[in-house]
Write a protein that binds this ligand. Sequence first.
Ligand code: ADP
Ligand code: MG
Length: 728
Amino acid sequence: MSTLRFQALKQSLNRKPVEVTEPARRSEIFGKNVFNEMAMRQYLTKDSYNSVMDAVQNGSKIDRDLADHISTGMKEWAISKGATHYTHWFQPLTGSSAEKHDAFFETTGNGSAIEKFGGGSLVQQEPDASSFPNGGIRNTFEARGYTAWDPTSPAFILGTTLCIPTVFVSYTGEALDYKVPLLRSLQILDNAATEVAKYFDKKVTKVNATLGWEQEYFLIDAALAASRPDLVMAERTLLGHAPAKGQQLDDHYFGAIPSRALNFMRELENECMLLGIPVKTRHNEVAPNQFELAPIFEEVNLAVDHNLLLMDVMDKVAERHHLKVLFHEKPFAGVNGSGKHNNWSLSTDTGVNLLSPGSTPMKNLQFLTFFVNTIKAVYDNEELIRSSIASASNDHRLGANEAPPAIISVFIGSQLTKVLDELEKVTDGKLSPQEKTDLKLNVVGKIPEILLDNTDRNRTSPFAFTGNKFEFRAVGSTANCSNPMTILNAIVAKQLQEFKVEVDALVKDEKMKKDDAIFNVLREYIKKSKKIRFEGDGYGDAWEKEAAKRGLSNNKKTPEALKVKKAEKTIKMFEELGVMNRIEMEARHEIEVEEYSMHIQIEGRILGDIARNHVIPVSIRYQNILIKNVQGLKDIYGSDFKKYASEQLVIIEDISNHIEKINKGITQMIDARRAANKIEDAEEKAFAYCNEVRPFFDEIRYHCDKLEILVDDELWPLAKYREMLFTY
Ligand code: ADP
Ligand code: MG
């Protein structure tokens, strides 16, 4: 009997839900482990407090002397909460967060010691940049990398460590992380959106982009996960036959949450409360053992940090519940994958959501302005938007089951489509008073009430308008949201800059009234960007053909999708916006294609090992049992034995055929890997991994899965889909 699988099954079947104690009121513990405004008021002098708040709100620099005061206050607060260490918490381009812990403790030289944390340690650190991906930036310049305090995201305590959110830059100032470009994109978007928002309300002085992510994930028993080398090392099953019952019945979606998972969620939510992550909803997803968690939206930079932190905390809490969280976009073939919907909007310092239709025609013109500009930005940059969500793991999800396709399109619903259709007919040039009244009353004025009936939500659209925000659904569940958010912010900023120039020109040169000019520019944008709007179902040939006719890109695989990131046009745009320079753009492209190759390389090795070391040996063992059986029948029945052994003989041959295909496939795959590894150019190598190596996966898997249903269940070494998806 294959021990590991059956031991794991036994363990998982014997588990009880882990008890969780909950506070009477969640609000009481909210933000308790965060150095938030309340904690700052208590631990900082007035000057220090004001300087931090000024940095948060206006991006001003913090004076070095004050930094010493702030660090002391922060340290005292942290120690009062039981912290012994501090770390600069940052987001290198590996995808997860990084930290290096230092103790507050320092010796004084006379045999005693004190707890120390100076302003310098708060503001700047020097981790070894060479151990993080840098796409050659380090080689070109200097080995040193710096982390620097980002006061806009508050420090927090995780376990016994004070974590200080920081940016990570090279000695020469190039971004080595996700946060720097994100912060730059938020700044430029703030400037551009504020200028446009002023057309409608002079009092607006700042526009924040907001993000509410929805994190999907799978939970499986920790012992079962540990029994599968593919899950341990690749976070996805590289083989495994589909179970007799999958998600066809849709009986999991919004069903009762299983008690082990529920207790995990309760504890997770407590931890989130302490860390100030405003989680709000939890529910089952479509696939068995798939769940979703969503917070109340926040300013983008903070929301991104919270999502990263959450993923970390989820891993830790799951361990205590003997569960394993799978963040992978497609852990199980044939079963729904996981995404991380990015709900995005713009909000002014006067408290207005710019993507929310308002109660007056003027407010609705403001809404339409930001709405149409976003659609236009996505249309002009659809390929770039696609590139922002490209990864080896997300490739499995896009275009499969419930997920959005690799073609970017925008869904706005039938009601808003009608509004845009009407606006398309607006007269060229100055509007007659009658036309204006009609527009205001019957088109723009009608928006709020019609939106309420806008219930035809399309779940497969990669980019959908959902009432008062855009929902970027194609983002993968493992992604750091910074990447897609940086690109979205940047393209919308650029679009709004252009819009302002065009409107101002009409007002100045054509002597148009401001709203006439806005209507005129919007009309042109609506016409120009029409091709990106798609209300239908995103899968299948029909849409692919239609999209091709419309000239929309359909980059199915990552190396292809990433190409646009290093296109001259893209680099120029990012340089002009000041979001990233050429060196940073090219470095990122290189890191991403390299990461793709490594990903496929690792998966290929794991698949080869499992197929050769697990699948083939047990298949031979089972084949030997059958052979013995046939020999026995021959002993009993002599030349008549075939009458009784014919089906056994068929299985014996089937097994041999599958083994042959698997083994040959692996040999060819290894050859393809060797050839790919010889390629110097990182992008070319990624294409080789994509087109020459990866296709063997399906072939090898197909035959392994066939063997899974032929071979005696008691011999099979790997936990099966039904066990991983339906146990507990
Ligand atoms: P659903 O999409 O599941 O129907 P909601 O519409 O309530 O649920 O919201 C989904 C997500 O969108 C939540 O994470 C929520 O915080 C976020 N969200 C709501 N309004 C905004 C906004 N103005 N900006 C960004 N995110 C938002
Ligand atoms: Mg949603």
